[in-house]
Design a protein around this ligand. Structure first.
Ligand code: SF4
Ligand code: SF4
Length: 91
Protein backbone atom coordinates (compact mmCIF):
# COMPACT_ATOMS: atom_id res chain seq x y z
CA UNK A 1 0.00 0.00 0.00
CA UNK A 2 1.32 3.41 -0.95
CA UNK A 3 -0.51 5.20 1.84
CA UNK A 4 -3.57 4.81 3.97
CA UNK A 5 -6.31 7.44 4.15
CA UNK A 6 -8.73 7.28 7.05
CA UNK A 7 -10.51 10.60 6.53
CA UNK A 8 -12.22 11.28 3.22
CA UNK A 9 -14.19 14.17 1.78
CA UNK A 10 -16.72 11.74 0.27
CA UNK A 11 -20.35 12.64 1.00
CA UNK A 12 -23.39 10.70 -0.20
CA UNK A 13 -27.00 11.88 -0.01
CA UNK A 14 -29.21 8.81 -0.38
CA UNK A 15 -32.32 10.98 -0.76
CA UNK A 16 -31.02 12.12 -4.19
CA UNK A 17 -30.05 8.65 -5.47
CA UNK A 18 -32.04 7.34 -8.45
CA UNK A 19 -30.37 3.93 -8.26
CA UNK A 20 -28.76 4.11 -11.70
CA UNK A 21 -25.80 2.02 -10.55
CA UNK A 22 -23.10 4.19 -12.11
CA UNK A 23 -21.19 4.62 -8.86
CA UNK A 24 -21.14 0.84 -8.43
CA UNK A 25 -19.72 0.49 -11.92
CA UNK A 26 -17.02 3.15 -11.78
CA UNK A 27 -15.72 3.04 -8.20
CA UNK A 28 -12.37 1.23 -8.27
CA UNK A 29 -12.48 0.73 -4.52
CA UNK A 30 -15.90 -0.86 -4.09
CA UNK A 31 -17.07 1.90 -1.77
CA UNK A 32 -20.73 1.50 -2.78
CA UNK A 33 -22.96 -1.56 -2.75
CA UNK A 34 -26.41 -2.42 -3.98
CA UNK A 35 -28.80 -1.39 -1.27
CA UNK A 36 -32.11 -2.22 -2.92
CA UNK A 37 -34.05 1.00 -3.57
CA UNK A 38 -30.90 3.16 -3.44
CA UNK A 39 -27.20 2.33 -3.27
CA UNK A 40 -25.50 2.05 0.08
CA UNK A 41 -22.22 3.71 0.99
CA UNK A 42 -20.55 0.55 2.16
CA UNK A 43 -16.95 1.50 2.84
CA UNK A 44 -16.18 5.23 2.74
CA UNK A 45 -12.83 4.55 4.38
CA UNK A 46 -11.69 2.86 1.15
CA UNK A 47 -12.29 6.04 -0.88
CA UNK A 48 -9.24 7.39 -2.70
CA UNK A 49 -11.03 10.58 -3.77
CA UNK A 50 -10.64 9.84 -7.48
CA UNK A 51 -13.90 11.66 -8.22
CA UNK A 52 -15.24 9.07 -10.67
CA UNK A 53 -18.47 8.51 -8.76
CA UNK A 54 -19.29 12.21 -8.52
CA UNK A 55 -18.46 12.73 -12.19
CA UNK A 56 -20.79 9.91 -13.26
CA UNK A 57 -23.66 10.47 -10.83
CA UNK A 58 -26.60 11.99 -12.76
CA UNK A 59 -28.39 13.27 -9.67
CA UNK A 60 -25.57 14.98 -7.73
CA UNK A 61 -26.02 12.54 -4.87
CA UNK A 62 -22.25 12.29 -4.38
CA UNK A 63 -19.81 15.02 -3.47
CA UNK A 64 -16.07 14.47 -3.15
CA UNK A 65 -13.02 16.67 -3.40
CA UNK A 66 -10.73 15.04 -5.92
CA UNK A 67 -7.20 14.94 -4.63
CA UNK A 68 -4.01 12.96 -4.72
CA UNK A 69 -6.00 9.81 -4.22
CA UNK A 70 -6.77 9.88 -7.92
CA UNK A 71 -3.10 9.45 -8.76
CA UNK A 72 -2.88 6.53 -6.36
CA UNK A 73 -5.88 4.83 -7.94
CA UNK A 74 -4.36 5.19 -11.39
CA UNK A 75 -1.00 3.85 -10.20
CA UNK A 76 -2.71 0.88 -8.55
CA UNK A 77 -4.73 0.21 -11.71
CA UNK A 78 -1.60 0.39 -13.84
CA UNK A 79 0.20 -2.05 -11.54
CA UNK A 80 -2.76 -4.42 -11.85
CA UNK A 81 -2.76 -4.00 -15.63
CA UNK A 82 -6.25 -2.47 -15.60
CA UNK A 83 -6.38 -0.57 -18.89
CA UNK A 84 -9.99 0.53 -18.27
CA UNK A 85 -9.00 2.85 -15.42
CA UNK A 86 -7.73 5.97 -17.15
CA UNK A 87 -7.38 9.63 -16.37
CA UNK A 88 -10.87 10.26 -17.79
CA UNK A 89 -12.30 8.57 -14.71
CA UNK A 90 -10.83 11.26 -12.51
CA UNK A 91 -12.02 14.84 -12.31
S1 SF4 B 1 -14.18 9.12 -5.21
FE1 SF4 B 1 -13.45 7.31 -6.37
S2 SF4 B 1 -12.77 5.85 -4.80
FE2 SF4 B 1 -14.06 7.40 -3.76
S3 SF4 B 1 -16.12 6.51 -3.74
FE3 SF4 B 1 -15.95 7.80 -5.58
S4 SF4 B 1 -15.29 6.41 -7.23
FE4 SF4 B 1 -14.92 5.37 -5.27
S1 SF4 C 1 -24.45 7.24 -9.47
FE1 SF4 C 1 -25.67 8.57 -8.09
S2 SF4 C 1 -27.82 8.20 -8.67
FE2 SF4 C 1 -26.60 6.55 -9.56
S3 SF4 C 1 -26.72 4.88 -8.04
FE3 SF4 C 1 -24.86 6.07 -7.57
S4 SF4 C 1 -25.50 7.63 -6.04
FE4 SF4 C 1 -27.36 6.77 -6.99
Amino acid sequence: MLFSKVVTTLKYDATLCINCGMCLAVCPQGCFSDGGRVVRLLAPDRCMECGACQKNCPSDAIQVESGTGCAEVMIRAALRGNKDMTAEACT
